[in-house]
Design a protein around this ligand. Structure first.
Ligand code: NAD
Length: 485
């Protein structure tokens, strides 16, 4: 990997502290970033380099997945410098440029620059423009722009933002973060399908009955009420993370795959997604809002009682949808997706339910058989299991399901941000959201946003600590959500 300067906007923020510094440090520990590198942190506050470096050391102690060694931390923070900057002030960018160039000269860096925007989305376009106008974009090395979510709040605003950014950075230079794509088990999905003939052979509507993708959280809105009340599960989770999981699960790849091929296949999944007509939305989408309840023995309040939430808010904290991919591989079988807050269990998982051939043979024994299930656990545990049927020794003619399990302990795995920063530094955009994917996702979701806005759908309530509104179970008809406790 070529050495680079990282220019980090939002260096005093929460994301940098919890995720970005620990990720960089763990990459450093593993020798995955060059030992000579420069990070210039930017924020509104007036911090000294020393204060900034001690802030990073504290962040590592609090949030690194591996215990930081003091000597290594002291060495690591030497790479960091701080520069106070107001994103709207062009003079600040002139100072920034001087500092970047000075550090490049001191460290003998070739001018590769990674601009990381860990700030609110209202600043993305301004920063991109200022970077180019200040001359920071003119460099002998490469330049890349890493952008945090959210990328727009509907189709029109996403297009507008992309149009603005495209004046200053090319699509190849823009790395849109969707941190679900950084999760090791999500990155594993493509390998799982193409490197295992058993799975590869079965990966279509011929053998699969349905696919279920769940991302459940036990937390409520926490301190993000102002943001979340205007965003909802559909924008916060569904349009981005859930549709990315759908693409990663259902694309079919040749072996070996290239980043271009992955993106082409992902795009083609979205192009095959059956658009929802306004009159079909109620039959395919369920929205919900949590009420008070009990989670892990603790009483918790309902959404409308949370501080900072509008008194009569109609915001969705849960969404479930039934989707259809009208292509050769998936035509005719439903894909179920749901995500919500204050659910019973924190869990992100994909369950693939296989068809039961005994059903079509009219074998009476099928009623006692559970379907074969392939379960991919993404978070908080990582693992894969396969549910198979075996002979029930006690009840002749009946079956007992067994689970073949492979579990990896999440603590040993690199965190999503480690994978993503590593990839951005080495120029591999496979696990970043391409504009085509973002645009097609917003386009698919847009009629649902409008139906929510117009209150054209019921807003179901669900008890905190449950598996969502009853209607989300009825959505599946004769199918059921597997593994709900
Ligand atoms: P934060 O509010 O903690 O930090 C914001 C940062 O922006 C601070 O460093 C602040 O100094 C800087 N900033 C604000 N206004 C500025 C200005 N005018 N000029 C210069 N700097 C300015 O936010 P955060 O939680 O760190 O999130 C940053 C971004 O990442 C947001 O876009 C957010 O949506 C996204 N994000 C955050 C998380 C998370 O877990 N925190 C997860 C995913 C995405």
């Amino acid at each position: 990997m070529e050495a680079a300067s990282i220019v980090l906007f939002g260096a005093t923020g929460d994301l940098a502290m919890r995720k970005l510094y620990p990720a960089l440090f763990n990459l450093y520990m593993d020798g995955k970033i060059p030992s000579t590198f420069s990070v210039i942190g930017l924020g509104r506050r007036e911090w000294t380099d020393e204060y900034f470096q001690s802030h990073i050391a504290k962040a590592l102690n609090a949030f690194s997945r591996r215990k930081p060694d003091e000597t290594l931390v002291r060495e690591f923070v030497q790479a960091f410098r701080y520069c106070a900057l107001d994103v709207n002030n062009s003079e600040d960018y002139t100072r920034l440029k001087e500092l970047v160039v000075q550090r490049e000269q001191q460290l003998g860096l070739a001018g590769n620059r990674l601009f990381y925007l860990s700030v609110g989305p209202e600043f993305f376009a301004t920063i991109a423009e200022q970077l180019i106008q200040s001359g920071l974009g003119e460099t002998a090395g490469w330049k890349r722009l890493v952008i945090e979510k959210p990328f727009g709040r509907d189709l029109a605003s996403a297009r507008e933002l992309n149009e603005k950014l495209s004046h200053f950075f090319s699509e190849e230079e823009v790395y849109r973060i969707d941190h679900y794509l950084g999760k090791p088990m999500v990155q594993n999905l493509e390998v799982l399908e193409y490197s295992n003939p058993v799975i590869h052979a079965l990966w279509s509507n011929r053998y699969i009955a349905n696919v279920q993708i769940t991302a459940a959280e036990t937390v409520g809105v926490e301190e993000r009420a102002g943001y979340y009340d205007k965003t909802g599960a559909i924008r916060d989770m569904f349009q981005n993370h859930m549709l990315q999981l759908l693409m990663m699960t259902t694309m079919h790849l040749p072996n070996p795959s290239t980043p271009e091929e992955v993106r082409r296949k992902k795009k083609s999944v979205l192009e095959s997604l059956r658009p929802l007509q306004p009159e079909d939305i109620a039959a395919h989408v369920i929205r919900g809002q949590y009420q008070e309840g009990v989670i892990a023995g603790q009483a918790v309040q309902g959404y409308l009682d949370e501080p900072g939430i509008e008194p009569y808010s109609q915001n969705d904290t849960f969404i479930a949808a039934k989707l259809w991919i009208d292509n050769h591989f998936w035509k005719g079988i439903p894909i179920y997706i749901r995500t919500g807050k204050r659910m019973q269990e924190k869990s992100t998982r994909i369950v693939v339910q296989f068809k039961d051939p005994m059903e079509s043979y009219n074998d009476p024994r099928h009623t006692t058989a559970e379907p074969n299930l392939l379960v991919i656990e993404i978070n908080p545990n990582e693992g894969i299991s396969l549910q198979l049927n075996t002979k029930d020794a006690d009840h002749p003619g009946q079956f007992v399901p067994v689970r073949a399990n492979s579990m990896t302990h999440a603590a040993d795995m690199p965190e999503a941000y480690e994978n993503l920063i590593f990839d951005a530094l080495r120029g591999d955009a496979t696990f970043f959201a391409h504009w085509d994917e973002v645009e097609l996702s917003w386009a698919w979701v847009q009629p649902i946003l409008e139906a929510f806005e117009a209150n054209a759908l019921p807003l179901y309530t669900y008890k905190s600590g449950s598996n969502g509104p009853e209607a989300a179970h009825e959505l599946l008809g004769s199918d059921k959500w597997w593994l709900d406790k």
